[in-house]
Structures are given as C-alpha cells and as structure tokens.
Design a protein around this ligand. Structure first.
Ligand code: PEP
Ligand code: MN
Length: 337
C-alpha cells in the first residue's frame, strides 16, 4: 500500500503515520521526492483495511499496490531512480559503462585494461575476485588479492569498482574495496544474500538468473529494497533458451519492460548474453536503443590467455570502436555517453 502525502504534510504528520503503521506490525518505507513524500507500507496489510488512513493529517490518498513487488514498482516511485556511485550517476541521461575482465588475474594486466577502458569512456571497472564457476576445478578467483588489485587500478584511474559477492561472509571485506556489490545470475534467488546486501550502504547490481522471469528478478530486487537499500540496479545478462548458437539469449524485451514495471536502472550485459565477442558491439547498440541505462562489458588485453570468458571478451581496441559506435545511438534516443 502506498500513502501519498500532501505537499504541505509536516514532519510531525509523517512521524505520526509511521508510528501508527509500525504499531500495527507493518514496515514503513519513506520515499522523499522533490514535490511530495510517499510512504510505502509493507507487510500483511489486512490490518490496515479497517483504519481510515485518509483521515490522518497530511495524507492525500491511499493506494493499494496490487503487484507482488511493491517498493521496486513504478507505482511506488513514478520517477526513475538515479543511483549515485560516489559521483557516477546511473539512471539519468548519461549511459554508464562498466568494463573490465571477467576475472581479476594479475595487477599488470588489470592496470592495462583499466587504463584502456577509462580512455575509451568507461567510468566503472568490472572484475571478479570471487568467481562462480560451473566446475569446482576451474579458476575460482584471487579473493582478497584480487580486490587489492582492483583498488590499485581505481587509485590510478579514478574508475569505480564493481565486483561480485557470492557469500554473506565476504560482504564486509568486499565492502572495503568495492563501490558496487554485484549479485551474480547464479545467486539471484539466494535470499539470505539479497537480505544482507539490502542492509549494505553500497549500491547493488543484481543480475537476472539464467532461468528467471522478469517478475522473479523484480521480486529478488524487492528483498534488497525491503531491507533498506534503494540503490539497486537490475541487469539483463541473457537467459537460457532452446537456442544454442549463442551462449545465452539476450532478452532485450526485458529492457523496456522493466523500465515500465520498475523505477530502477537497467544495465545490459552483452558479453554473457551472447558469449561471442563479435556480437557484443551490435547488442550494446541495441541495448542502448531499447532504453538501457548502462552496460557491463568484458574486456581483456589478451582474450586467448584469459582465465575465464575469453571468447566473449573484447580487446581494448575493439572496446574503443564499440564506444565510438555507441555514441550516435545514445544521441538518437536522447541519451549521452
Ligand atoms: C560475471 O559478471 O562475470 C558473471 C559471472 O556474470 P553472471 O552472474 O551474469 O553469469
Ligand atoms: Mn564472465
């Protein structure tokens, strides 16, 4: 349920409503907009049906949210959310590009990649230090050593850092190094992890599960917001279909669809979505044309030597070409790079 407050509602009015809602065993989430404040009421709302909330001072109207996802819905917040990653704004006019290797491998290589992607216009460096691998025998990531390399490249380039968190126990450590906590496709429904990143002060990049519906993705994001973290971005990274010519099927329907259903920024990952570096630039352009707020792209200085996902990684020169080709598309849809 959403309580829309009158523009002249006072702090006292708001506090009074919140106290009442809490007394009934419900959770009140306050969203302060430029023009007015709204309060989202979460929990078993039946107890509220008998209370004429409209009669409370400061209340303009009370609306039920019929969808199972509430805080992430457009009904809750009509205006698109802009996530501020320490000065890099995601969800506004400017398209955010996150780029870097699949896995952090060594400092020298990471520095090379970081400097190159920064020069081409990326603002955020991606790189996994904790890797979710299908096989337990594959490279599992460098752990804290990898986080240290990310930090060194951040200091040298000014790029922000996005890196994956797979385990609740690693959150405090990763928070020391990362600017964005990535929840990977395989953990999209790890509800305890979602709750915990929901309690974090760091923005979250939540990737769509390999076989998850858009609705399930939104329900997972609801966990993050319900625990207090509204700085959440959603990522379309391809889903599993019958098509096996590409690694996954990048579901670009999801981009305008999510933008309609939710106020959260949408990021597209054309690297995992296709599995083929030759397709990454085209699908990036398509993603921006479809309304994506950002991209996350794998870049490696020597893909044939990459510890993971070499086949879908762009070399820095190809990444530069991709960025140049993106600019006119962004402009055509009223955005900029
Ligand atoms: C990644 O970003 O390297 C990754 C493992 O992505 P996903 O969780 O989408 O497979
Ligand atoms: Mn990868």
């Amino acid at each position: 349920m959403i309580i829309v407050l009158r523009p002249d509602a006072t702090k006292k009015d708001i506090d009074h409503i919140i106290t009442k809602v809490k007394k009934l065993g419900l959770k009140a989430m306050v969203s302060r907009g430029v023009e007015r404040t709204i309060i989202g009421v979460i929990g078993e709302e039946d107890v509220l049906r008998m209370r004429p909330l409209e009669a409370f001072p400061g209340v303009e109207k009370v609306m039920p949210i019929l969808k199972p996802y509430k805080l992430v819905s457009r009904e809750f917040r009509g205006k698109s959310t802009v996530v501020d990653v320490d000065g890099v704004r995601i969800g506004g006019k400017k398209i955010a590009v996150m780029a870097g290797p699949c896995s952090v491998e060594d400092l020298k290589g990471l520095m090379k990649i970081g400097k190159a992607v920064k020069k081409s216009g990326a603002t955020i460096l991606r790189g996994g230090a904790f890797k979710p691998r299908t096989s337990p025998y594959s490279f599992q990531g460098l752990g804290e050593e990898g986080l240290k390399y990310l930090k060194e490249v951040k200091e040298a380039t000014g790029l922000k850092i996005v890196t994956e968190v797979m385990d609740i126990r690693d959150i405090p450590l990763i928070e020391e190094y990362a600017d964005i906590l990535q929840v990977g496709a395989r953990n999209m429904q790890n509800f305890n992890l979602l709750k915990e990143v929901g309690l974090s002060k760091k923005p979250v990049l939540l990737k769509r599960g390999i076989s998850a519906t858009v609705k399930e993705l939104l329900m997972s994001a609801e966990y993050v917001l319900a625990n207090g973290n509204f700085n959440c971005m959603l990522c379309e990274r391809g889903i599993r279909t019958f098509e096996d010519s590409t690694r996954f099927t990048l579901d670009l329907n999801a981009v305008p669809l999510i933008k309609k259903m939710s106020h959260l920024p949408v990021i597209v990952d054309p690297s995992h979505g296709t599995g083929k570096w030759e397709l990454v630039s085209s699908m990036s352009r398509a993603a921006i044309a479809a309304g994506a707020d950002g991209l996350i792209v794998e870049v490696h200085h020597s893909p044939e030597d990459a510890y993971s996902d070499g086949a879908q990684s762009l070399v820095p020169d190809k990444f530069k070409e991709m960025m140049e080709a993106l600019a006119p598309v962004a402009k055509a849809v009223g955005r900029e790079l």
